[in-house]
Write a protein that binds this ligand. Structure first.
Ligand SMILES: [Zn+2]
Length: 245
């Protein structure tokens, strides 16, 4: 079974080798990680790495305009080795005192993604109304990563043509509720992610493959099709995400 990890952080801990995982989208969180990824397109021989660059809402500095200018330059200079923008977004749970800055920074990055025809990987916590308000004005392609069990929010974002990223954490929710949530959409809406290494616990390195396989099994059960069919669809959806408009 071939897996495509749609969201992982590869800058600090080595991503475990796996025969199943052939492709991974490597997101950045600030200028430093963006610089790192823009200079290395392959971290290992068996893994195709697709670097995304961007400023995560947790790491927006006062002078973020300067970082945005540098990011823009980085995209121009790196030619085709940058595949998207992320992880970008809004997080009012983590910090509700800089909403205006978060919105301005997100809006600017969405505009940049549109300008360069790059897909986006979006982080959103407790900010779905403002997120939708910004995204609906753009035709940008992308995925909302680690999507929670929120039906109305999901419907609105899917109506914009965006994909929803499933994080293994969702499997701890109520199964009946979760499967009903999946079933309101076609399978082509979903991608899966490991969010490596954020699910590591107590210094134990978790295997990104296990979480994604669990998600694929869960989707197969909900849609009444085979694991293999789900895996193929998810792989294709993730690949399409990376195509330049
Ligand atoms: Zn992340």
């Amino acid at each position: 079974m071939l897996l495509f990890d749609s969201h992982a952080h590869l800058d600090s801990i080595a991503y475990p080798k796996s025969v199943d995982i052939s492709n991974v989208i490597a997101v950045s969180v600030d200028l430093k990680t963006s610089l790192y990824f823009s200079s290395c397109s392959s971290l290992s021989r068996n893994l195709n790495v697709y670097p995304f660059v961007g400023l995560h809402p947790w790491f927006i500095e006062r002078n973020f305009e300067f970082d945005l200018t540098s990011l823009r330059q980085l995209i121009i200079e790196s030619g085709n080795s940058i595949y998207g923008m992320g992880e970008i977004g809004l997080d009012y749970y983590h910090n509700s005192s800089n909403k205006i800055e978060q919105q301005a920074c997100f809006e600017a990055q969405i505009a940049m993604a549109a300008e360069f025809s790059l897909p986006v990987s979006v982080h959103c916590v407790k900010a779905f109304n403002d997120l939708y308000a910004i995204l609906r004005l753009s035709s940008v392609n992308g995925v909302i990563h680690s999507f929670p069990l929120k039906r109305q929010e999901a419907k609105r974002l899917v109506s914009l043509g965006l994909k929803l990223g499933l994080n293994p954490r969702i499997i701890t929710s109520n199964m009946t509720e979760r499967h009903a949530f999946y079933q309101q959409f076609p399978l082509s809406v979903w991608v899966v992610e490991s969010d490596f290494p954020n699910l590591n616990r107590d210094n134990v390195c978790y295997d990104p493959r296990l979480g994604m396989l669990a998600l694929i099994k869960d989707l197969a059960l909900a849609y009444g099709i085979s694991n293999e069919e789900v895996a193929v669809q998810i792989y294709n959806t993730t690949q399409q995400l990376l195509m330049r408009a």
